[in-house]
Design a protein around this ligand. Structure first.
Ligand SMILES: [Zn+2]
Ligand SMILES: [Zn+2]
Length: 348
């Protein structure tokens, strides 16, 4: 099968021909249709996350069809089922975190496209207990970003609490989904982007932000919570300054540059600063049930699998509006999905 492979941290992915993996006990063999590209993939490629298996097939927002089963699968996702494979790929089930509903913090967790081969390939294998059925109303392309941008964005939104006035710092794949859930819940949204990113600000307003501006601009009024999606530590003191007393600041990314020191005044008044790590399967079930009700529409930019490096570069340079998704052509030359720009939200 064709796969895009990370051999050396800091180098581009290489197109390679790998054998189709054999599903082991409890695993599904999945024919990959699409795989979302996530900022976490860049952190893996750049070595900012230091536990990657090498060589590695990245990718943890996988949409595909079950085409094989290892021994002992329970059969809850039979052959032919369209499934999603998220970032959380394995937990130990017995540590104090697993035993207390916090499997996202499992001491022995393994993650798709990091310690387990992921979806930048024609096939992948995954533990059936960590796969989700994909809601029927979503095409393969539009479903892919739900699996990390959507899911971890949803967990971040939940942990931000019942904020009437919500700030989003960084308006990429996750924020463009979270804003739709927040608006559905009646929250008012304020979007903060890189300074000068007028396109990103316009995109945020189009999706229902009542204000959009630069991250260094003062918020037009105090916020009740803020979620930081951009991997920029300097945003932490800014977001703390923007929230009112009792406000919550959630850092949603897996990696962030160092946080500059700041005066205790910014935290005083029972402001809360916290991170969000990974996902639980319950997050996934809740979010994928909620998505069609909102209904969340993802805006995606498609790239063929062999252009994974180009997709990653475009993400790195801030050129993706919405989410980048890799398309894996099906055998026989036909494609289930065409590549190009797909605007699930109408013309811009
Ligand atoms: Zn555990
Ligand atoms: Zn991700």
């Amino acid at each position: 099968m064709q796969a895009m492979v990370l051999r050396t941290v800091g180098s581009p992915l290489q197109a390679e021909d790998w054998p189709i993996p054999t599903p082991q006990a409890g695993q599904l063999l999945i024919r990959v249709h699409t795989c979302g590209v996530c900022r976490t993939d860049l952190h893996v490629l750049d070595g900012e996350l230091t536990d990657a298996k090498l060589p590695l097939i990245p990718g943890h927002q996988i949409v595909g069809t079950v085409v094989g089963q290892g021994p002992g699968v329970r059969g809850t996702l039979p052959l032919g089922t369209r499934v999603g494979v998220p970032w959380l790929g394995h937990t130990c089930n017995h540590c104090r975190y697993c035993q207390s509903g916090r499997e996202n913090l499992c001491d022995q967790a393994q993650f798709t496209g990091y310690q387990l081969d992921g979806g930048y390939a024609e096939y992948t294998v995954a533990d059936e207990r960590f796969c989700f059925p994909i809601p029927a109303n979503y095409a393969d392309l539009q479903a892919a970003p739900l699996l990390c941008a959507g899911l971890i964005g949803y967990r971040s939104l939940r942990l931000a609490g019942a904020a009437e006035r919500l700030g989003l710092y960084g308006f990429g794949a996750a924020a463009h989904i979270v804003i739709q859930v927040a608006r559905y819940q009646g929250q008012r949204v304020f979007a903060f982007t890189r300074s000068g990113d007028t396109q990103g600000q316009q995109f945020a307003r189009q999706l229902g932000a009542e204000w959009a501006g630069s991250a260094t601009d003062p918020a037009p009024e105090p916020l009740d919570a803020a979620i930081i999606f951009a991997p920029v530590g300097a945003l932490v003191p800014l977001a703390l300054q923007a929230v009112a007393k009792g406000g919550v600041v959630v850092c949603a990314g897996i990696h962030m540059s160092d946080i500059p020191s700041f005066s205790y005044d910014r935290l005083w008044g029972e402001r809360v600063l916290r991170s969000v790590a990974n996902l639980t399967r319950q997050d996934g079930e809740e979010f994928l049930a909620l998505a069609p009700r909102v209904p969340i529409q993802t805006q995606i930019q498609a790239f063929p699998l062999v252009q994974a490096n180009e997709a990653l570069m475009a993400l790195r340079q801030g050129q993706i509006q919405g989410a980048a998704v890799l398309v894996i052509p099906s055998e026989g030359g036909g494609t289930q999905v065409s590549s190009g720009n797909h605007h699930g939200l109408g013309a811009r």
